[in-house]
Design a protein around this ligand. Structure first.
Ligand code: AMP
Length: 192
């Protein structure tokens, strides 16, 4: 795995542990020779990951839509900046550039990116690992919601294996490196 796309809040959150884990993840990427692909901002948890990667001598590649965010948000020291024409193009390029995806705690933007790569994985559009860093149980409600989704008959149980949920960056990366995608079953009960 050479490049990982990190989705993360454009805010830092209320607990210092969110930033600590973002920095730990940044260090880990560099020590494993993995390039960071991300949204390109200097603010929030996403900015903290990039700062750490760059300070440790790693590569941080940003993908930013032109004219959508205020210019001063762009990280000034990126290894590479790709400017694109909107959010759809941005997600497509971030996805294309990456060998796997990690979501840190974040808000609606993070959820949207995370669920897009998960639903694409479910459809077999890609077979790359998707992990969430479960800092202070942040993603437990999502894991509960997915379990409920299975129980309610809207998702195959095997597809719970599409998302790796781990609190420790090192363990999450280990699982991503040894990830084998779940065997794809027919997703549609009425077509069985
Ligand atoms: P949120 O979780 O709502 O803070 O949104 C963060 C995610 O959405 C990031 O992974 C980015 O790709 C995108 N995003 C939202 N706000 C910004 C911003 N100001 N600069 C760059 N990307 C952003």
């Amino acid at each position: 795995m050479k490049k990982i796309c990190v989705f993360a809040g454009s805010n830092v959150g209320t607990s210092p542990e969110y930033e600590q884990k973002a920095e730990e993840l940044g260090q880990l990427l560099v020590s494993n020779n993995i390039e960071l692909i991300y949204g390109g901002s200097k603010i929030g948890l996403m900015g903290r990951v990039a700062d750490t990667v760059l300070a440790a001598g790693g590569r941080a590649v940003g993908v930013m839509p032109r004219n959508l965010f205020r210019g001063e948000m762009v990280h000034p020291n990126l290894t590479e900046l790709h400017e694109v024409d909107g959010m759809h193009e941005r997600k497509a390029l971030m996805s294309e550039l990456s060998d796997g995806y990690i979501a840190l705690p974040g808000g609606l933007g993070t959820y949207e990116e995370l669920f897009e790569v998960l639903s694409w994985s479910q459809l077999g559009i890609h077979k790359k690992p998707v992990g969430v860093l479960n800092v202070q149980g942040f993603y437990q409600p999502m894991a509960d919601m997915l379990e409920r989704t299975v129980e309610a008959g809207f998702m195959q149980r095997s597809n719970l294996g599409l998302v790796l949920v781990e609190a420790a960056p090192q363990e999450l990366l280990r699982q991503m490196l040894s990830y084998t995608p779940p065997v794809q079953t027919n997703k549609w009960n009425e077509l069985k």
